[in-house]
Design a protein around this ligand. Structure first.
Ligand code: MF3
Ligand code: CO
Length: 278
């Protein structure tokens, strides 16, 4: 069988330590978003706060000016509310309301190295159904991260995400979008589907850095792009959740670069001693 050779950047420990700095800037933005997001706040305000936290932390917002074919992205975060899955542009017109869920996706570059992570926040009180969706999404991200510690191939991560989602309930796993390698660019090989078989894909090796990001909906896995050429929504308009962390694979374990504690709380002994020593 003919297989395209993937060009997966292998990072040295020194380079991963630089990515950690970018990861901590992203984590600081998430904390600022948790502290600020609430009923009455606009996604435009969140974007301005995020950009300030990134720049104050010595970073550059990687999303701003990023072009995937529809022109430069105009903001520092993606702020995707309710049926918006990913890549929604923040706006002063979009006021958060009680019961909304919002995925806030943040990317920062420090010293040439990238961090990329997303959280889904609940605004005020959401329905139990939406809360369960959010929990299922986050759990599946951690299942994928956990699998990265032991899986032989990339498909082991994808499969773990898929099985976790399926064990949580009846959700659509978004098709066509997924995680990615990350390093000196935000998007590198490999592309990481949120479903698949453990035996598929390239072998996992120390020095790989991956952004793992499940996107799930209360309904359809099929998506469409809005007229703004950025916002991705479910075809059936169902509510979505999206969570993401950037991780590094080290010889002796993982390092969740965008988690303040490096992943220790969620992963325990699967975390590298280097990350624990930090
Ligand atoms: N974090 C997103 C991803 O992983 C990237 C946002 S797209 C941008 O795909 F245009 F906003 F940068
Ligand atoms: Co990403």
């Amino acid at each position: 069988m003919f297989r395209r050779r993937q060009n997966i950047q292998i990072k040295s420990l020194e380079q991963i330590q630089k990515m950690r700095r970018a990861g901590l800037v992203v984590a600081a933005v998430h904390q600022a978003m948790r502290d600020t997001a609430g009923p009455g706040v606009t996604t435009g305000e969140l974007d301005r706060i995020a950009e300030k936290v990134i720049r104050d932390g010595g970073g550059i917002p990687s999303f701003k000016g990023y072009d995937i074919g529809s022109g430069p992205y105009p903001a520092s975060i993606c702020a995707s509310v309710n049926e918006q899955i990913v890549h929604a542009i923040p706006s002063d017109e979009r006021v958060l309301r009680d019961g909304d869920v919002i995925s806030i996706d943040v990317g920062a570059i420090v010293d040439g190295w990238h961090g990329d992570a997303a959280i889904t926040l609940e605004i005020g009180e959401v329905t139990p159904e939406v809360h369960a969706l959010n929990q299922a999404c986050e759990a599946s991200m951690w299942a994928g991260i956990r699998a990265a510690a032991t899986a032989k191939r990339l498909g082991g991560i994808s499969n773990a995400v898929e099985r976790s989602v399926d064990s949580s309930g009846k959700y659509g796993i978004v098709e066509g979008f997924g995680g990615h390698g990350i390093g000196t660019e935000m998007h590198q090989d490999p592309h990481i589907l949120n479903y698949g078989e453990p035996g598929d894909g390239p072998k996992l090796k120390p020095g790989m850095c991956l952004a793992i990001e499940p996107m799930i909906t209360l309904g359809s896995p099929d998506t469409m792009e809005l007229d703004d050429q950025w916002t991705i929504v479910a075809e059936d308009g169902s509510i979505a959740a999206h969570t993401e962390h950037t991780i590094a694979l080290l010889e002796d374990g993982l390092w969740v670069l965008t988690a303040p504690d490096g992943g220790v709380d969620m992963l325990g002994d699967l975390v590298s001693a280097i990350a624990k020593r930090e």
